[in-house]
Design a protein around this ligand. Structure first.
Ligand code: ADQ
Length: 473
């Protein structure tokens, strides 16, 4: 395989000692880049008040060059907080009600994608393979093609692709739909997302599968759209399963975990871990837990829900509103259901170090992962990987997380139905050891066989195997 160029909105940089950032995706992509040699290009994390950001900055580490560009405050506002996070994010998570389209933000989004393309152009060599990540950069391949790039370019969407009726609600949806056709390989988290994408092409009358004959494979397709032939495939993202399991086992006696255990005083722990984001269904989860307490009065005083949810995207108003909503709901449940010696919900609005997180997952009887919609959801996978094989906890998982299509041993629930969430929690807490072990083993075997390295390798192999369509557009 040739040299690789990875492009993403943010670039996870190694620290001053050269240590890679924790977290599966960064580690796996760094490892692949290290093998092939290449460039990781993206936003520096810095914004400048006025005018054009200066030239790109470069940093090298081993065989990897990090090439970073600043953005202007206006770019940040329009491209990132505006179109990416107030239009594409809500819409792709089926929240049309929260999508706030403005022409100004749309123009900012395309402007930054053009700027990324301009800055990438001098870096690209003829045999480079280019791998673009996520919804911030959908139009990038089209911009590169316009500038004459014929290299293989792949895209991976980390979030869901919405059904046609939802996508079509967005002005300029056609530009977004068309944008993906400029790639050679488009990766989705689940077959369902791929199917939604193909349905959008068909409904719009701009493309279809080109395979003939036998029944189509739901996880892969060769597509013809907008005069171009390209591939689309499902690659469900994984975690660094083995390392995470070891980290969890090694963290059982750390201060954070022993303090937690002591403070629980024998109560069962239920854990929820999410960025504070409306897609994660945290208010619905709290209502489900409240219902569970009401339906099971004998559990009062014997169970604690630990909800860890650091703030994210606080510049977007909907996220600030959610923070107050979660605080109010948790306060309400504690005020009305708690006792002098027992607080049902512990809500931590902070990030937790990875080792402590792994140890806390292992301590928890139930992992409560109830997004309203989620591309995959890595917390569900981390919870499973962290369990003690002799006495594993139970994963309660929303049917609307991509992970629900892979983790067959989870207890599935509909997060909009607090009654069902309540029943799922009770079932998880009362499950026999034998059933817990059975369910956990199947999921763990799956996660070991489908970890983040496998994901990264299979994506890059599929991209390398793709014959680029050099036809004109
Ligand atoms: P996210 O929406 O960020 O990712 P998720 O997949 O759950 O969601 O990943 C979150 C990561 O952040 C996990 O590794 C988790 O451990 C960590 N994290 C969350 N809360 C934390 C806390 N309080 N302290 C420390 N760490 C915390 C997007 C998509 C997902 C998709 C991923 C990867 O929305 O659907 O699974 O990309 O493709």
């Amino acid at each position: 395989m040739g040299r690789m160029i990875v492009v993403s909105n943010r670039v996870p940089l190694p620290d001053k000692e050269g240590r890679m950032p924790a977290g599966g995706l960064a580690v796996a992509v760094h490892a692949a880049l290290q093998d092939s040699g290449g460039i990781w290009f993206g936003w520096s994390g810095q914004s400048v008040p006025e005018g054009d950001p200066g030239p790109v900055s470069r940093r090298s580490h081993g065989t990897i060059d990090y090439v970073l560009t600043d953005l202007s405050d206006r770019d940040m506002d329009e491209y990132y907080s505006g179109f990416a996070n107030r239009v594409l994010w809500p819409l792709f998570h089926c929240r049309i009600d929260l999508a706030e389209y403005s022409r100004r933000d749309k123009e900012g989004y395309f402007r930054v994608n053009r700027m990324f393309a301009d800055r990438l152009m001098p870096l690209i060599e003829p045999d480079d393979i280019i791998w673009v990540h996520d919804y911030h950069l959908i139009p990038l391949a089209e911009e590169l093609r316009r500038r004459g790039v014929t290299n293989r370019i792949g895209f991976f969407l980390h979030i869901p692709w919405p059904p046609a009726d939802i996508l079509f609600a967005m002005p300029i949806y056609d530009q977004i739909l068309k944008g993906l056709s400029a790639y050679d390989l488009v990766g989705f988290q689940t077959d369902h997302d791929l199917d939604n994408y193909i349905s959008c092409l068909i409904r719009e009358g701009v493309g279809d599968r080109v395979e003939e004959g036998t029944r189509p494979d739901p996880s892969r397709a060769t597509l013809s759209a907008y005069g171009r032939t390209f591939r689309a495939r499902t690659f469900g993202i994984g975690i660094e399963t083995r390392d995470f399991a070891e980290l969890a086992a090694a963290s059982t006696e750390t201060e954070a975990v022993t303090d937690m255990r002591r403070s629980l005083a024998g109560r069962d722990l239920i854990i929820g871990v999410d960025r504070l984001d409306y897609s994660k269904g945290i208010p619905q989860r709290i209502l489900g837990f409240e219902r569970f307490l009401d339906l099971n009065p004998d559990r009062a005083g014997h169970v604690t829900l630990l909800q860890i949810a650091p703030s994210s995207r606080s510049e977007v108003p909907e996220y600030r509103d959610m923070q107050s909503e979660v605080e109010a709901l948790a306060g309400h449940v504690n005020g009305t259901r708690g006792r002098i010696d027992w607080t049902p919900i512990r809500y931590v609005n902070q990030s937790v170090e990875r080792g402590a997180l792994a140890g806390l997952y292992r301590e928890a009887r139930v992992g409560l992962v109830t997004p309203l919609r989620d591309g995959m959801n890595l917390v569900a996978k981390e919870y499973v990987a962290a369990q003690n094989p002799d006495d594993p906890g139970v994963l309660v998982l929303s049917r609307f997380a991509g992970a629900a299509r892979e983790l067959k041993g989870a207890v599935l629930c509909n997060p909009y139905d607090s009654e069902q969430t309540a029943r799922a929690i009770e079932w998880a807490l009362s499950m026999t050891l034998e059933e817990r072990r059975d369910r956990w083993r199947g999921m763990m075997d799956y996660l070991l066989a489908n970890d983040i390295q496998t994901w990264c390798r299979s994506y890059l192999q599929a991209l390398a195997d793709t014959a680029p369509d050099r036809g004109t557009r």
